[in-house]
Design a protein around this ligand. Structure first.
Ligand SMILES: [Zn+2]
Length: 388
């Protein structure tokens, strides 16, 4: 696909990018189900800047705007000047609105203004407490297929790339959440039915209807902001692992939880149990890391979450590492639709159980200090895709 792009840092585009080379940070606290956030951005020179402006953010000003077919204009300020048409199929989190104008975060974690009338605005999560009274028809979940574009993630011995597998699995989870279902909790089977209502929305950080069929770069800050803006009831990042340490009898699944976002450990423990149920009927020479199950990693220099995505999390958030794409048996499973569907059903059941029960789930491993570089590819160059 032929696309025009903004590549940050190119001098020729400086005049354009200065308007959007905007710092946005969200400090969000999660207390008793009430979250507040603050958005900060820079007013560009063309509009009398540079000055820093802090805006009140959070409910009821936050939410998610979907870019419809045909794309959406990005503006320098409310009604000021459109400068770029953003590609269709991207979900834009916003933490602040000014009348009909939304201050959104692009996939490169820049901010820009859009006219809400040019988008489809989804309601944010309502902050219900998990338990039997939880109304799933109001549930908002953000699904995050890990990696994208030149960040391939793990690659299997026969060349299967994690970024594609993660996207397909997340898309399957979304499809499960968007219709009502029956669940057989003993076998894990998920079928068409009416016992479990359709969720209000399942938002994708990379969507197959987006640029390059969903294979585009999504900055970690963008992904986390989308979950905060959506006030998501759960934020689930889908991955597969590399570099195992040991043979194991059971799948070497791991689910990393945020130590800073309440409820994340319980979500991780429940999804882990559901992964084992889903994977039980598959056979492989399973490989695992030094620990299986629900885990957390702490950066010893900050005593905060090691993973950037989980460090930015303000809602129950996990990174799921289903199986080892680096191993021949497990790569072969990940290549099959049947296994991907089983993986997706596990995530779906895990989120349903997390929201509608008070089940504790599998006991979490205690957080571990982690001093190594997890090797993410991001940050230096990010492209905001233009509508062709
Ligand atoms: Zn990954």
């Amino acid at each position: 696909m032929e696309t025009t792009t903004i590549v940050r840092g190119r001098p020729i585009l400086l005049a354009i990018t200065v308007g959007v080379a905007i710092a946005l940070f969200a400090t969000a606290v999660s207390m008793m189900g009430v979250r507040t956030a603050q958005a900060e951005y820079t007013v560009p020179e063309a509009l009398g800047g540079p000055t820093t402006k802090v805006v009140e953010a959070g409910p009821p000003r936050n939410g998610v705007a979907l870019v419809p077919a045909g794309g959406v204009d990005l503006w320098l300020g409310p009604g000021r000047e459109p400068y770029f048409t953003l590609h269709e199929g991207i979900a834009l989190g916003f933490l602040h609105r000014d009348g009909d104008w939304l201050l959104v975060t692009t996939n490169c974690n820049d901010t820009a203004w859009v006219d809400s009338a040019d988008t489809t605005v989804l309601p944010a999560g309502t902050g219900q407490e998990p338990g039997p009274a939880f109304d799933l028809s109001e549930a908002v979940v953000v699904l995050d297929p890990g990696h994208g574009d030149r960040d391939w993630g793990g690659v299997g011995p026969s060349g299967l790339a994690e970024k594609h597998v993660n996207l397909d699995i997340a898309d399957r989870v979304r499809n499960l959440m968007e219709a009502s279902r029956d669940i057989d909790w003993d076998t894990g089977a998920v079928t068409a039915g009416s016992a479990v209502p359709a969720f209000s929305s399942a938002v994708m950080t990379r969507d197959v209807i987006g640029p390059n069929d969903g294979d585009f770069e999504a900055n970690l800050g963008y992904r986390a902001t989308l979950a905060t803006a959506a006030n998501a009831d759960a934020f689930v990042s889908i991955h597969n692992n590399t570099v195992p340490r040991f043979d194991t009898e059971i799948p070497g699944s791991e689910v990393f939880y945020s130590i800073g976002a309440e409820g994340s450990d319980r979500l991780a423990g429940i999804i882990y149990e559901e992964l084992l149920l889903s994977f039980a009927r598959f056979d492989a020479d399973w490989q695992g890391g030094e620990l299986l199950g629900a885990r957390a990693r702490i950066d010893p220099e900050t005593d905060d979450d090691y993973y950037g995505l989980l460090r930015r999390a303000t809602v129950p958030s996990v990174i799921v590492e289903g199986v080892y794409i680096s191993e021949p048996d497990e790569e072969a499973l990940l290549a099959s639709g049947e296994f991907r569907q089983a993986y997706a059903e596990a995530v779906y059941r895990g989120v349903v159980r997390f929201l509608t029960t008070t089940d504790p789930g599998a006991e979490s491993n205690r957080p571990e200090y982690f001093e190594y570089d997890a090797g993410t590819v991001s940050g230096n160059v990010c492209t905001v895709p233009a509508q062709p």
